[in-house]
Ligand binder design. Structure first.
Ligand code: HEC
Length: 148
C-alpha cells in the first residue's frame, strides 16, 4: 500500500475543506446579522434620539469627539459619557448636559477648548437622549474603562 496522497485525495481535501470553511463563515455571518437588532438597542430609538443624532451631525461633534470609537481623537469619547458624567441617571445627565453646553468655552488655561454651539434647551435635550441611547448599545464592554 502506498503512503502517498493521490491527486484525488488532495482534491478532496482542498474542495472539502474549502466548502466546510465557507459554510462555517456563512453560518457565523448569519448569526451575527441576526443579533444586530438586539445588540443595537434599536427598539428604544425615539424621535428625540433621531433628532439628537441629526444635531450631532449638523454640528460636527464627531470632528473632535469619538462615539463608540469612531471619530476624532481631540476630545473625550462620548459613548459612555452618560455613565461618566451622569452616573447612569437620566435626570442628572440631562442637567449636566444643559450646564456643560451652556458653559462652553471654559476659560481654563492649557486645556483644550470646546466651542459654544448656541443650542436651545430642547436641542440639548435631544442630544442627551441620543447620547443616553448610544450608551445602551451593547458594545460588549467597549470602551474598556469609564474614561473612554
Ligand atoms: C472643536 C472641538 C469640539 C467639538 C466640535 C465638540 N467638542 Fe465637545 N469637547 C471638546 C473638548 C476639547 C472637550 C474637553 C473639554 C474639557 O475637558 O475642558 C469636550 C468635552 C465634551 C463633553 C464632556 C465630556 C466629559 O467626559 O465630561 C461633552 C458632553 C461634549 N464635549 C459634547 C459635545 C457635543 C454634543 C458636541 C457637538 C454639538 C461637541 N461636544 C463638539 C471639543 C469639542
Amino acid at each position: 500500500m502506498s503512503e502517498r496522497i493521490t491527486k484525488d485525495m488532495a482534491k478532496n481535501i482542498y474542495f472539502g475543506g474549502g466548502i466546510f470553511a465557507t459554510l462555517i463563515f456563512v453560518g457565523l455571518t448569519f448569526d451575527s446579522v441576526n443579533q444586530i437588532p438586539e445588540l443595537s438597542n434599536e427598539v428604544n430609538m425615539t424621535e428625540s434620539v433621531v433628532l439628537g443624532k441629526k444635531i450631532w451631525e449638523d454640528n460636527n461633534c464627531v470632528g473632535c469627539h469619538t462615539l463608540l470609537g469612531e471619530g476624532a481623537y481631540y476630545a473625550p469619547e462620548l459613548g459612555n459619557v452618560f455613565q461618566r458624567a451622569g452616573s447612569s441617571n437620566e435626570e442628572a445627565f440631562k442637567g449636566y448636559m444643559l450646564g456643560w453646553m451652556a458653559a462652553q468655552p471654559l476659560d481654563i488655561p492649557d486645556r483644550r477648548k470646546m466651542p459654544q454651539f448656541h443650542l436651545s434647551p430642547e436641542q440639548v435635550n435631544n442630544l442627551s437622549d441620543f447620547l443616553i441611547w448610544t450608551s445602551k448599545v451593547n458594545t460588549q464592554e467597549w470602551p474598556p474603562n469609564i474614561q473612554g
